[in-house]
Write a protein that binds this ligand. Structure first.
Ligand SMILES: C[S@@+](CC[C@H](N)C(=O)[O-])C[C@H]1O[C@@H](n2cnc3c(N)ncnc32)[C@H](O)[C@@H]1O
Length: 262
């Protein structure tokens, strides 16, 4: 059995926007072309609105399909695998230690960390309907397919982790927090760091743009002020995981690894 890590751009989302495109085209034909239900200025307005909406949605659908192709584990580029392995390389666990992957999706990063550190890794995820192809069962099947037995998966919420303070020796996450609607994503980072033991390491990869996270340089300083060591934001869009051009067209500008030691 081969693992199936699915895709960060789920087919369901692409089909959703394709459906929206087709609906707008049908409404354009009904209101704008047939003249059955509207006439005069109203007909012109409806025709324009539905045509513009159909074009915008068609372009979004095309962009999402290109993203799906780029993120595919079966594509030659192997971008997702490169990112997962690259983040896992920063996750170090001491002998007998345990780590946490927040928003584990299909278990790719949790499993990659376990393969590098044959210790215990926990993966939690909300597994909501927007990523309907990811599930607890899928994570367990993937762990089995990869031949790792020391991974544990459970439902959980990054906004309020179901673990006591200082539970883990390492915490990690990949492309999760920017998806969570929040006015204060730095607070989500602090919630993840809450469950990290003193002396434990963290490696969190996400889109740390000012728009999504506010001033991350100030956050790095804040962590250092709290006694954290080796805190660094490593840009991953300079060829490390992707080229600047890939980051731009894929909407991943600002991608970086926030790493350090508590
Ligand atoms: C782009 S996927 C990344 C999955 C995985 N980290 C990876 O690298 O393959 C984003 C994941 O974040 C999860 N997620 C979104 N909001 C969450 C929350 N509040 N708590 C936990 N997981 C969440 C989604 O369910 C989804 O699995």
């Amino acid at each position: 059995m081969k693992p199936n890590y699915k895709n960060w751009m789920p087919k369901g989302m692409i089909l959703g926007t394709l459906g929206g495109t087709l609906a707008c085209l049908i409404l354009f034909l009904i209101f704008g072309v047939s003249g059955l239900l509207a006439a005069g200025t109203l007909k012109t307005v409806l025709k324009t609105v539905f045509l513009v909406l159909a074009i915008v949605l068609a372009l979004v659908t095309l962009w999402m399909w290109l993203l799906h192709r780029a993120f595919s584990y079966n594509d030659k580029r192997q971008m997702s695998k490169q990112i997962i392995d690259g983040v896992a390389a920063y996750v170090t666990l001491p002998e007998g230690g345990k780590g946490l992957d927040v928003g584990c999706g299909s278990g790719a990063l949790t499993i990659a960390c376990t393969k590098r550190n044959p210790k215990e890794m926990f993966g939690i995820d909300r597994w909501g309907k927007e990523y309907a192809s990811y599930s607890l069962d899928l994570c367990e099947q993937n762990a089995q397919a990869e031949g790792v037995s020391n991974t544990h998966f459970a439902q959980g919420n990054a906004l309020k982790l179901d673990f006591a303070d200082e539970t883990f020796d390492a915490v990690t996450s990949n492309y999760v927090y920017h998806n969570i609607p929040s006015r204060d994503r730095q607070a989500i980072l602090l919630e993840t760091l809450r469950v990290l033991k003193k002396g434990g390491t963290f490696a969190i990869h996400d889109i740390f743009s000012r728009f999504k996270y506010g001033d991350m340089q100030a956050f790095v300083k804040k962590l250092k002020g709290m006694g954290y060591a080796e805190v660094e934001l490593i840009d991953t869009t300079n060829g490390m995981f992707m080229t600047p051009w890939e980051a731009k067209w894929m909407g991943l500008s600002g991608s970086a690894i926030l790493k350090g030691k508590k």
